[in-house]
Design a protein around this ligand. Structure first.
Ligand code: BGC
Length: 599
């Protein structure tokens, strides 16, 4: 990835909180020292980019999204020296680092706000947005944290005026109409770029400006400012990335790409809940429809796609009926709902169903965009809804079945959060050590599929075309890039399913399944017939067969590599023998299938 300006198109991103990953100093809180020790684990998993949640000085009332000093690292997590060493060590392993730029608001503990509230004449006063009469101001702006806030204005008893905030009332919004704020935040960006990081997640980016009579989201002024940020980035630095956190409908999110001159990446928020809807409705329509509403994006841009993250599973980008459906299917626990979302990790959402977990990752790894894995989800970690706010999905990483899950040597009572200890998801049942030595574990499955995904550029860069099928329970699409044509077919149903695919345009191609390298019958004139076991999926490459009866050399090579991956994981010996046997098997199957008229 080193010299590729478009590296983020092939990224497999791992999202983590330094406090939750590994405690290297034994004080019960994860830190950069610990994270460095665990980089080999991440490299082995196969990810090539880390997205770090906020690690700055903060009173931690919103887990660090309430920053009180943009240039200081919270001492609990380490020093600037530790941070820079972490970035260097990650780079040594070909892992890029994205950090958070929380530009919309600060903590009310930030010196800027403290100064601002002391005197209306202070220069910092204009860093924030104030009013005497909140009742009629910016009324059309929605309240995001609706479970804890009743207004976007909060009373400041010190300066006796109301200030504007889109999130918690302890997070006053910065005033982007003030050119000094705009310049200051640009300097913050430069400051962190100089530490060697590869880019930023732009937190809460739609809300930078306020304009009366609008909903104060996605305003033209915001886009102008982002273009400025991008210009400064491109002027001085190479290959750095801006990732927009804009929880908006596809058309509005796309505006954050500009003409390829704004953000490089943006989260596809509307896709995520529709993957879960598709699964429970056993119907590919929600996914196909939302992708149909998603405009083409500029060549140098990329989606960031995800199943879960550190927040509640947000249901802002669905209709009311769809939200009701999602709550009834996925929020059975009385405490599961939070704001407009569901505070569960991935595995508990689907009751630990292994086939469903694999299917969801099949979709995540093959839809257009760079996939994001939330720490612990590669193990199927559980959550604790009793911890309040979103803390239940932010518990310590489970490394072993030993004391404190191998996360920390501190007294258990000293941990920053309780471990998950229930019999189903507790650390004795779910941990890295146990899964490493179990060939069939979810962790080893993830490793295998990440490695397969990384072999085909079409996953990160290819076009998307849905394939007509006779069965709406089958979500089937093509990913095409240069000479790679991949065909993905996912069974969203809990039952076995047949499907006929319209693959006429690929007549005479040979579908080679990417995991085992097994070739399926050649595509003919009739609809291509596949059967699926419950929640099963296929990843195929549609190979061109130059001469009848001959398998393409490339197919043999890729298949041999695939076998190598699975052999390495299961730890069996006799690799070469197995590889030769598979090559023989492929040839035989190809010969057979070239004679076979499909359908
Ligand atoms: C983050 C949340 C945070 C909020 C306010 C969101 O975009 O993902 O975790 O609470 O911004 O900063």
């Amino acid at each position: 990835m080193e010299h590729d300006p478009l590296w983020y198109k092939d990224a497999i991103i791992y999202e983590l909180h330094v406090k939750a990953f590994f405690d290297g100093t034994g004080d019960g809180i994860g830190d950069f020292q610990g994270l460095i020790e665990k980089l080999d684990y991440l490299q082995d998993l196969g990810i090539n980019c880390i997205w770090l949640l906020p690690f700055y000085q903060s009173p931690l009332k919103d887990d660090g999204y309430d920053i009180s000093d943009y240039r200081t690292i919270l001492p609990d997590y380490g020093t600037m020296k530790d941070f820079k060493r972490f970035v260097r060590e990650a780079h040594k392993r070909d892992i890029r680092v994205l950090i958070e730029l929380v530009i919309n608001h600060t903590s009310d503990q930030h010196l800027w706000f403290q100064e601002a509230r002391q005197s209306k004449k202070s220069k910092k006063r204009k860093f924030y947005v104030w009013t005497d009469e909140p009742a009629n101001k910016n009324k059309a702006a929605r309240i995001i944290f609706m479970d804890s806030e009743s207004s976007n204005w909060a009373w400041d008893p010190v300066s006796k005026q109301y200030y504007w905030h889109r999130f918690f009332s302890h997070q006053p919004d910065l005033n982007y109409d003030n050119p000094i704020v705009r310049r200051t935040m640009l300097n913050v960006l430069t400051y962190w770029l100089n530490t060697g990081v590869d880019g930023f997640r732009l937190d809460a980016v739609p809300y930078l400006f306020e304009r009366e009579g609008t909903n104060c989201e996605n305003l033209p002024e915001t886009h102008e400012y982002l273009k400025d940020l991008r210009r400064s980035l491109d002027k001085k630095y190479n290959h750095k990335v801006l990732l927009a956190e804009a929880n908006q409908w596809p058309k509005d999110v796309c505006s954050y790409f500009g003409e390829g001159d704004e953000c490089h990446m943006a989260f596809h928020f509307p896709l995520m809940p529709r993957i879960f809807m598709g699964l429970r409705k056993e119907d590919s329509t929600p996914i196909i429809e939302i992708m149909g509403q998603t405009p083409e994006i500029p060549e140098n841009c990329q989606w960031a796609i995800f199943l879960r993250n550190h927040d509640e599973l947000t249901l802002e980008m669905v209709t009311e009926d769809e939200r009701d459906f999602m709550y009834s299917e996925y929020a059975q626990h009385p405490k599961a709902k939070l704001n407009l979302g569901i505070r569960h990790r991935l595995a508990p959402l689907i009751n630990k169903g292994r086939r469903q977990l694999e299917l969801l990752h099949s979709i995540l790894f093959t839809m257009p965009g760079s996939p994001i894995i939330y720490y612990g989800d590669e193990l199927g970690m559980g959550d604790n809804v009793y911890l309040g706010d979103r803390n239940g999905v932010r518990t310590p990483m489970q490394w072993t079945g030993d004391r404190n899950a191998g996360f920390s040597k501190a007294d258990t009572a000293q941990l920053y959060a309780p471990l998950v200890v229930d019999p189903v998801y507790g650390y004795q049942a779910i941990n890295v050590e146990a899964q490493k030595r179990t060939p069939t574990s979810l962790l080893n499955w993830m490793k295998k599929f990440i490695s397969i995904r990384k072999k085909y550029k079409a996953f990160g860069r290819g076009s998307l075309k849905f394939v007509k099928t006779s069965n709406p329970k089958i979500l089937c699409y093509l990913r095409e890039y240069e000479d790679e044509t991949l065909l993905i077919a996912n069974n969203l149903s809990r039952y076995v399913q047949p499907a006929e695919l319209d693959l006429r345009q690929f007549k005479n191609r040979l579908p080679m399944e990417l995991v085992g390298g097994v070739c399926f019958p050649k595509i003919g004139d009739l609809p291509y017939f596949l059967t699926f076991s419950p929640h099963a999926f296929y990843w195929f490459q549609l190979m061109k067969v130059e001469e009848p009866g001959e398998i393409a050399a490339e197919a043999v090579e890729k298949a041999a590599q695939a076998v190598h991956v699975s052999t390495k994981i299961s730890g069996t010996t006799g690799r070469r023998k197995k590889k030769r046997a598979t090559q023989r098997e492929i040839k035989t199957k190809a010969n057979l299938s070239s004679r076979h008229k499909s359908g």
